[in-house]
Design a protein around this ligand. Sequence first.
Ligand code: GDP
Length: 703
Amino acid sequence: MAGSSLKIALIGNPNTGKTSVFNLLTGLNQQVGNYPGITVERKVGSCRLPNGTKGTILDLPGTYSLNASSMDENVVIELLLNKNDKDYPDVAVVVTDVENLKRNLLLFTQIKDLEIPAILVINMADRMDKKGITVDIPYLESHLKTRIALISSRKGTGIDHLKELIVNYAALPTEPCLNASSIDPDYFNKLRQTFPNQLLYKLWLVITQDVNFGLIDLKELQGTAFTKTKSELKRLQQKETIKRYQFINDVLKTGQVIDHSKANDLRAKLDRVLTHRIFGYVIFFGILMLIFQSIFSWSEIPMNFIDESFAWLSAFTSQHMQPGKLTDLITQGIIPGIGGVVIFIPQIAFLFLFISVLEETGYMSRVVFLMDNVMKRFGLSGKSVVPLISGTACAIPAIMAARNIENWRERLITILVTPFTTCSARLPVYSILISLIIPNRYVLGIFNLQGLTLMLLYLLGFTGAILSAWILNKVLDIKHKSFFVAEMPNYKLPLLKNIGLTVLEKTKAFVYGAGKIILALSIIIWFLGSHGPGKKFSDAPAIVTAMPQSKTLTESQLNDAIAAYQLENSYIGIAGKGIEPVIRPLGYDWKIGIAIVSSFAAREVFVGTLATIYNIGSSAENEDEGTIRQRMAAEVNPVTGEKIFNFATGASLLLFYAFAMQCISTLAITKKETNSWKWPIIQLVGMSGFAYIVSFITYQLLK
Ligand code: GDP
């Protein structure tokens, strides 16, 4: 065997410790991708086995049985039924949890019946003492017709034995556990006669699961005398499940002894508090608040560092390179573009650190239990609460956090509506607009009007998300069978290795997936803002200097005036002016148009762009918001003489930024997470279209 690579499939119910076993076997030698065409994660790793054998381990999505009810489960079935699949395993390693053996073994018996060489891993051995569980391994091995590795992935025990078993997979028995014909002897006999060369249980799965693996011509099945109706098939499937459980119960009666007096009730007590009708929510929101506070304050330091480092790198590079187009591209396009990707890493890493702790400890399952009922009404999952609230920091990590939602439909809806949540990039825009149109006054002595407005905008964001989820839930035509998860895993101390690997993997997925798109789009937007057609752009310095009013300007004021003139005549400037007829009904002029177009890169750019247009410049003194605010407050319409930033325009702009999809990075991450351009485009058109309508109505009513 030396030199060749064994194909090993890791299979198991969710929460059995499959990921921990995978991490233990593969360490850092993991690659995470997607199955072609769908968004189910595909994890492959390599592992050194005894005698110099190399193993390639495919970590299949967690599944309860081979009766598919989700996209994840389909992946498992399609692979196990198709011997021609390049991933078809030499050996299946089925992971179970010693505390849930009865339920976990259902899947194992199904895999055995496909006559795939299978090893049974009984994990969490470290908990047996505490729970008073003993297992009779030789008895189980002979009755389940397999070899067993009793392991603890937490303590790292039993792994060597598992590796031995894997290498010697050829010696594994391949007899089935259940005799498939016993489900309905008459029917199965007919099946056998029609397809004499096929495995009966495989045929049965093909018939009931509607999966195609090319070996059997399904047409042969249709119209034959033994076709069954859907409800007859369903009944037979139930009969199969009952038979399997009878078999498992029989085996476990002798194979496993549980001393119930030992099983302590700490878990029950904790559950009672954490899923309490009132305390449950209080604790959950308390934890969330704590998490987001930490993300904000912890991320700030590395984010500032990243920001300053990239600014320094830009300045350093431009000093040490020949002035010219290439230098501009590198120092103003590429370096800030990469910086714009790297800046998200701290938030992503911290968010996933917390999320994986919540998952690992078993708390997340309680959250789902708590929130599911409410969220389901809007087509969301209990777990959608995490992305929706993480969105207050930034939609990028928030959308990635939706990965924890197993059901694709609920996950998609969560991804699509999360950007409505008020993210931190909206804050600078809100704060300047609010200070322009809302008086800094107190009502009832304690409520500051400006603060109230800001709170209202946050509420509006959440409402926008929930309402659009409700609408999407009505219109989205995606079939899903939501499977009911009856179990709640035990509380456990999190495994550091699992958490570390999760954080690493999510960060890598962001940098290599969405990062590329963000970088490319930032460079394009930079190009459009710093280049323009014709003489007006290229001769800007000469034109502005020759203007009579420029005579009295200082050098820095002159530079600001040139920058403003250039922006006005750049491609973005032209686009901003071009859309003026479209945005005039919202109360905006071309200057606001330019700010809207350029802030499509990121919302906070809005303020900076207005500063440039209003010719306030980018030198330090002008970063003072006050200067820009004064300039905006003084701006009047040359035709009507009215203030530009009056209440109607300000309110319309606030609502525009509350709802419009003004963020290419979010679109990039949506593309990455949904694996298609369709959804980001729907998000863009839907959100910005809605924003347009709301702002239009607001302006027309208020003006
Ligand atoms: P998966 O859902 O099957 O991939 O399971 P994970 O690997 O994510 O593990 C589920 C939970 O069980 C996590 O909280 C792990 O820390 C925990 N866990 C995994 N293996 C062991 C083990 O051997 N002993 C104990 N006590 N906990 C474990």
